[in-house]
Write a protein that binds this ligand. Structure first.
Ligand SMILES: [Zn+2]
Ligand SMILES: [Zn+2]
Length: 487
């Protein structure tokens, strides 16, 4: 251990002076992409501020600001002839001739953000990876792109083999595909234990790919896994969860209970924030002040959710409830209603002043239900109003670990519950977290920035957060939990 710490310190010491020399300032938001020209004299960076900047490396100064994209610039690459390619959240790719104020070419066709670019060794082709589940090969001399299909989810990384005869793509579906480019032939598909976020190919053909689990996997040119590098052993921090990793919100309200807007408006607002799905978790009957729903109202709401889902495109509303944990730990809905729901959050909203023993038994009892997937705002603190309850969080964490129940990080700035210290303890016990907005109106979908910051401070990776999974994976997880706890 000591050895590793020493090694890291030495590494930092050797790097820091160079970082200090080359601090390039100019972007107005986080930098998302970076590339260096083949001759090493220029760099290009892309940013969430929607611009790219071309930098002179000898001068360490900005040469040109490239403004075109309608959204974050996700990737950048130098072509072999000195031109620059940038791609963005707007699904477009721009080709820039240095000095020209506008792109000389725009490559459109992807239908979702383009997140990675790679240039063929002979400089004739640009490859792009997109969240529309495809990669594309764009002939730079003009002509129609070639589509690389087969990934079941976002394609996050793309790289040419050094001889240009194959294209390697890495997907959030946890597969790495090596597609032959000359002649025909089926792609070589390797399945890894984790979603993949990036890929690069070394000059000798060895492939390295970055997993969402914080590991870097090494594969032979033929696609066989030959090694894995733990992030810690590689001397870097583990990949922490980011707000953009959250695919769904598991705790939201509509005007069927105490939310301010209708179901469709909430769905569209969540989608606009980048979510793919949300669980609509309206309150239950005993919570009269919040317009809690009776079983009959849940049935009616299910029909409305189904209707709205038919209207929404690429977004799904799951039927859920924020079921009240009654004072004795029973749940505020009959089992058959809970069973009919896709996802159940259980929360305490009454009798906050119970003793530690009573409150703890109450919450633990709820976690033992086969139907409860998430414990909402575990301490019930309101920063503007009241301290948390006396609940014994160590006992709650132990029961959550046993029953496979996720604990919520409620992102509302009035709650921030769990906090980072307890979230860290939950992670150490192997408990999944859910980073939720508890949104009651559209603007509240922005709170996840606070919740994801808490998750990061707690050290959570993507795999530790339940709502980084796709809706289907989430539903499968909930079914498995129900079967396990019931059996
Ligand atoms: Zn609540
Ligand atoms: Zn709520």
């Amino acid at each position: 251990m000591m050895f590793r710490v020493l090694a890291v310190c030495t590494l930092l010491l050797s790097i820091v002076p160079h970082i200090a020399q080359a601090q390039l300032r100019g972007h107005g938001g986080p930098v998302r992409a970076l590339a260096i020209s083949p001759d090493g004299t220029q760099a290009v960076s892309g940013s969430f501020d929607t611009s790219a900047i071309r930098w002179s490396l000898p001068k360490n100064a900005a040469e040109q600001v490239l403004r075109f994209h309608d959204g974050a610039v996700n990737a950048a690459a130098f072509l072999t002839d000195g031109r620059i390619a940038t791609s963005g959240e707007d699904a477009r790719i721009a080709i820039w001739t240095p000095g020209a104020p506008q792109p000389s070419m725009v490559l459109a066709g992807h239908t979702a953000p383009v997140v990675a670019l790679s240039v063929s060794p002979d400089g004739t082709t640009l490859a792009s990876a997109s969240w529309d589940h495809t990669a594309r090969l764009w002939p730079l001399g003009g002509g129609a792109p070639r589509l690389i299909e087969g990934h079941a989810q976002n394609v996050n990384g793309v790289a040419f083999a050094p001889d240009g005869r194959a294209l390697v793509t890495a997907g959030y579906d946890a597969t790495l595909r090596i597609s032959p480019l000359l002649g025909g032939g089926a792609p070589v598909i390797t399945t890894l234990p984790t979603p993949l976020n990036a890929v690069a190919v070394a000059p000798d053909g060895e492939i390295v790919t970055a997993g969402a689990d914080g590991k870097v996997y090494v594969l032979s040119a033929a696609g066989e896994v030959t090694g894995e590098i733990e992030a810690a052993a590689a001397g870097t921090l583990p990949a922490l969860v980011q707000q953009s990793d959250l695919l769904g919100d598991l705790h939201t309200h509509s005007d069927w209970s105490d939310g301010r807007t209708d179901i469709r408006t909430m769905g569209l607002a969540a989608q606009q924030r980048g979510y793919r799905y949300m669980a609509l978790t309206d309150h239950t009957q005993s919570l009269l002040v919040a317009g809690g729903l009776t079983p009959e109202r849940f049935r009616l709401r299910a029909a409305e959710i189904a209707r709205v889902n038919r209207e929404l495109i690429d977004f799904r509303i799951l039927a859920g409830a924020e079921v009240d944990i009654l004072a004795d730990g029973r749940l505020d809905l009959p089992d058959e209603v809970l069973e009919s729901l896709d996802l159940v959050v259980a929360s305490v909203h009454t009798a906050f002043d119970q003793s530690r023993a009573v409150m703890t038994e109450r919450v633990v009892r709820a976690l033992r239900s086969p139907h409860v997937d998430v414990l909402g705002h575990p301490t019930c603190r309101r920063l503007d109003r009241r301290e948390g309850t006396a609940v014994d969080l160590e006992a709650v964490i132990a029961e959550a670990a046993r029953s496979g129940t996720a604990l919520e990080i409620n992102s509302s700035p009035m709650r921030l519950d769990l906090n980072d210290t307890w979230a860290r303890q939950a992670l150490a016990a192997g408990v999944l977290l859910a980073v939720d907005n508890d949104a009651h109106y559209p603007a509240e979908f922005g709170y996840a920035r606070y919740g994801s910051a808490i998750a990061r401070r707690a050290g959570a990776g993507v795999a530790n957060v339940l709502n980084t999974r796709s809706a289907d994976e989430l539903l499968a997880h909930c079914r498995q939990r129900t079967a396990r706890v019931a059996g």
